[in-house]
Ligand binder design. Structure first.
Ligand code: ZN
Length: 340
């Protein structure tokens, strides 16, 4: 038995802030959240453990790496999909027959210029061909470089109406760029076609009120694949004085509903791989030693792409779902102290 399966609940619940409801007594009826933690760990096995289980810590912890961000080598991941980002946050370029759809924009103008545009130039992409900039949600680590790209290269900028509203009220933080000028609204089911490529967007609130998710059609040496792109890869986890989680942006129950829906959408469409907007989630780039960019570089002819694998993709989504259930149950149980 691995250490990870030993879960104990301390007799005392966490101190409940003044004014909040007393934690209910612990008992078999409200400890079911531990089963979800266990399920997530089983699903993670060895290959998906680590940061994917951050949401299953009680209380949950941030999955983001500590310290100065490390820039990933600009990488062609599929025949038409490129990674330009760091170990903290991602941006992707989807090249179509009629221009480029850029997805997310890193933290600020300097990073967008150095990492995204620098990456384009290094890999032979023309930034003038950036026709659309899709923002997965209205957090500044995703839109911070967008105003620079909008002003310099004039792509149409898309985000959900709810997140456009949210960013208009967001206070700027040091080291993060301002929001771009409001442009196009993404609505549920909206299609974006550029050249021969069509993306369909789904509103998947939870991480923010208007987080979007979508499926990305790609080819790997000509072989078609469909990647799932979940746009808000972290549970709302802010602990409020009253014990609520996910105050600012959206909520846990909403997150779970969106996740269940998007798993179904991916299932119906036959998704067989996944990418994310934080590279420690999909392991696109972690440390330059054990991540998909590194494995891709060592790939031999005939080896499968490290980003492809239907069962791995399904496990990845189900881990999120189990952790969402676990966190919900933990809150409902009165946030007991769990030693892990
Ligand atoms: Zn976010």
């Amino acid at each position: 038995m691995t250490r990870g399966f030993i879960l104990r609940v301390a007799v005392a619940a966490l101190a409940v802030p003044a004014g909040a409801q007393e934690a209910p007594p612990l008992g078999p009826g409200n400890l079911a959240f531990l089963d979800h933690v266990k399920n997530a760990r089983l699903l993670a096995a060895g290959d998906l453990a680590g940061r994917n289980l951050a949401d299953c810590s009680m209380p949950p912890v941030s999955a983001a790496p500590a310290g100065e961000p490390v820039v990933a080598p600009p990488t062609k991941v599929f025949d038409q999909l490129y990674y330009f980002g760091m170990n903290s946050v991602a941006s992707w370029a989807l090249v179509t027959s009629d221009g480029i759809i850029q997805i997310d924009s890193l933290d600020n103008a300097e990073e967008a210029q150095r990492i995204i545009i620098g990456g384009y130039r290094k890999l032979g992409l023309d930034p003038a061909r950036m026709k659309y900039l899709v923002l997965t949600h209205g957090h500044d680590d995703h839109f911070g470089g967008a105003k620079y790209l909008q002003d310099a290269y004039h792509p149409r900028v898309l985000m959900s109406a709810l997140d456009w509203d949210m960013v208009s009220k967001t206070r700027p933080r040091a080291n993060f760029g301002p929001p771009p000028a409001r442009d196009m609204d993404i609505t549920d089911g909206r299609k974006l076609t550029l050249g021969a490529t069509t993306l369909t967007f789904y509103l998947t609130p939870g991480h923010t009120p208007g987080t979007i998710s979508f499926l990305v059609p790609v080819t790997d040496h000509g072989q078609p694949h469909l990647l799932s792109f979940w746009g808000g890869s972290a549970l709302p986890r802010t602990l409020e004085p009253g014990g609520e989680i996910g105050r600012a942006d959206s909520g846990l129950l909403t997150y779970r509903q969106s996740l269940e829906r998007f798993i179904g959408i991916g299932e119906d469409a036959g998704a067989d791989g996944y990418i994310a907007n934080h590279p420690y989630r999909d392991q696109t780039f972690v440390d330059g030693k054990d991540d998909k960019i590194t494995r891709n570089r060592a790939r031999k002819p005939g080896d499968p792409s490290p980003w492809i694998g239907r069962s791995t993709y399904i496990r990845y989504m189900l881990i999120s779902l189990e952790c969402t259930e676990a966190l919900t149950g933990w809150v409902q149980a009165g946030r007991p102290r769990v030693s892990q």
